[in-house]
Design a protein around this ligand. Structure first.
Ligand SMILES: NC(=O)c1ccc[n+]([C@@H]2O[C@H](COP(=O)([O-])OP(=O)(O)OC[C@H]3O[C@@H](n4cnc5c(N)ncnc54)[C@H](OP(=O)(O)O)[C@@H]3O)[C@@H](O)[C@H]2O)c1
Length: 338
C-alpha cells in the first residue's frame, strides 16, 4: 500500500494517477475541506474514458499533516509514503502557516512513518531549500545546503527545515529519499501556482523579469519519485530539473504555442521594488493577496541554474524537453482558456 499526501494538489494528482496506472494500491490523505477539482481535472485529461474508475480505486482518508494521530492511523499497513503536501506561498502574512505545514507537518509525517515502520519515505522538498543564487555560471547541486543569513525566502527556509526533520529521522533508522524539484509545470489549477504562468501569457502579459531558473515537467517529477522510492537508493536527495531557462524564454515558448505576442518589456529591478511596495499597501487596505511580494520581485531578477546529473545517472533517466512540456500543457489548457 502506498500512502500519498498532497493528493488534491498538482504533484499528488499526477502521482496517484501514475501509481494507479502501474496497478499500485493508493491510500490518499485529504483534509475534510479539500476540493477534488484538481485531481479530477488531471484524471479526466489523461484518462477521459476511465477517469471515474481510476478515482474509485483511491482509498481516501481524512486527516491533516498538523494532526499527528490522523497520520499514524492513516499509515497503518502502509509500505511506501510519498509526502507531497505542502504550502507554497511568498506572502509575508502566511509566515506562521508556511512553517507549520512545511516543517511541523513534515516532522509529524516522519514520526508517524517510523511508528508504523514503513519501508521507504519520499519527501517532496524544493530547489528553494538549496539556498540563495550562486555566481551566474555555477550550477546548484545536491551538495548545496542552506546558509542562514543569506537572502532566502520564508518558503525556502521552511522546506529546508522540513528536510532537516527527514534527515533526523534517517539517523534514527527511517529509509528515505528527498527530491528537490525546480518550478513544476503541469496541467493543474490554471488560476494558481506555476500553471498560472500559462494563463497570464495567454491573457497578454506585458512584462518579463530578467531572471532565470529551473523548470521541470510534473510527469518527470512523479516518474522519478516512484523510481527512487521503489529502488534500493536511500538516504539521499535528488534535484529534479528538466531545463534551466530565462523567464523570457519560457514566456516566449508559451506565447508561441498559444499564438499570442510574448511579453516585450523588461521589468527592471527598480520597477519591481516600487511594484511590491505598492502591492503591499494595496493588500493592507483591501485585504487582497499581493500579486507581487518583496520575495517574488527579487527572485524574478536572479539567475539560478540546477544540475540534474545525479538523478539522470542514478536512474538512467531522461527528462522531457522544455518545449515539449510547454506544448503539452498548452494543448490541454487551450480548451478552457479560449
Ligand atoms: N509547484 C511547484 O512549482 C513546486 C516546486 C518545488 C516543490 N514543490 C513542492 O511540491 C509539493 C507539492 O506541490 P504542489 O504544486 O502539488 O502544491 P499544491 O497544488 O498547492 O497542493 C498542495 C497540497 O498540499 C495539501 N495540504 C496543504 N496543507 C495541508 C495540511 N495541513 N494537511 C494535509 N494536506 C495539506 C493541499 O490540500 P488542500 O487541497 O486541502 O489544500 C494540497 O493537496 C509541495 O510540498 C511543494 O512545496 C512545488
Amino acid at each position: 500500500m502506498n500512502f500519498v499526501t498532497g493528493s488534491t494538489g498538482l504533484v499528488g494528482g499526477y502521482l496517484i494517477l501514475e501509481l494507479l496506472r502501474r496497478n499500485e494500491d493508493v491510500r490518499a490523505l485529504k483534509r475534510s475541506s479539500s476540493s477534488l477539482d484538481v485531481i479530477e481535472r488531471i484524471f479526466k485529461a489523461y484518462e477521459p474514458e476511465h477517469w471515474k474508475d481510476y478515482l474509485e480505486k483511491i482509498e481516501w482518508v481524512d486527516g491533516d499533516v498538523l494532526d499527528y494521530y490522523s497520520l499514524e492511523e492513516a499509515m497503518t499497513g502502509v509500505k511506501d509514503v510519498y509526502h507531497s503536501a505542502g504550502f507554497v506561498s511568498y506572502q509575508p502574512k502566511d509566515k506562521p502557516k508556511i512553517y507549520s505545514i512545511n516543517q511541523k507537518g513534515t516532522e509529524n509525517m516522519v514520526h508517524a512513518a517510523m511508528a508504523q515502520n514503513v519501508r521507504k519515505f519520499c519527501y517532496v522538498s524544493s530547489i528553494a531549500a538549496l539556498g540563495a543564487p550562486k555566481k551566474e555560471l555555477d550550477y546548484h547541486t545536491e551538495e548545496d545546503f542552506f546558509q542562514t543569513g543569506e537572502s532566502n525566502t520564508t518558503y525556502g527556509f521552511s522546506k529546508y527545515y522540513g528536510e532537516q526533520e527527514v534527515w533526523r529521522a534517517a539517523e534514527e533508522g527511517l529509509k528515505m529519499v528527498i527530491v528537490n524539484p525546480s518550478v513544476i509545470l503541469g496541467f493543474g489549477d490554471h488560476t494558481k501556482g506555476s500553471t498560472k504562468l500559462f494563463t497570464k501569457v495567454n491573457d497578454g502579459l506585458k512584462f518579463y523579469t530578467p531572471g532565470a531558473t529551473g523548470f521541470v515537467d510534473v510527469r518527470d517529477v512523479v516518474n522519478t519519485m516512484i523510481a527512487l522510492t521503489q529502488s534500493e537508493v536511500s538516504n539521499a536527495r535528488f534535484i529534479l530539473n528538466g531545463a534551466n531557462a530565462s523567464f523570457k524564454e519560457v514566456f516566449e515558448m508559451i506565447a508561441k504555442t498559444f499564438g499570442k505576442e510574448p511579453p516585450k518589456i523588461e521589468a527592471k529591478p527598480w520597477m519591481g521594488e516600487i511594484y511590491w511596495r505598492l502591492e503591499a499597501v494595496k493588500s493592507f487596505f483591501t485585504g487582497q493577496q499581493a500579486l507581487v511580494t518583496k520575495e517574488t520581485a527579487r527572485a524574478g531578477q536572479h539567475i539560478s541554474k540546477y544540475s540534474n546529473q545525479k538523478v539522470c545517472e542514478t536512474l538512467n533517466y531522461e527528462f522531457y524537453p522544455l518545449h515539449e512540456t510547454i506544448d503539452h500543457i498548452a494543448s490541454l489548457l487551450k480548451k478552457e482558456l479560449d
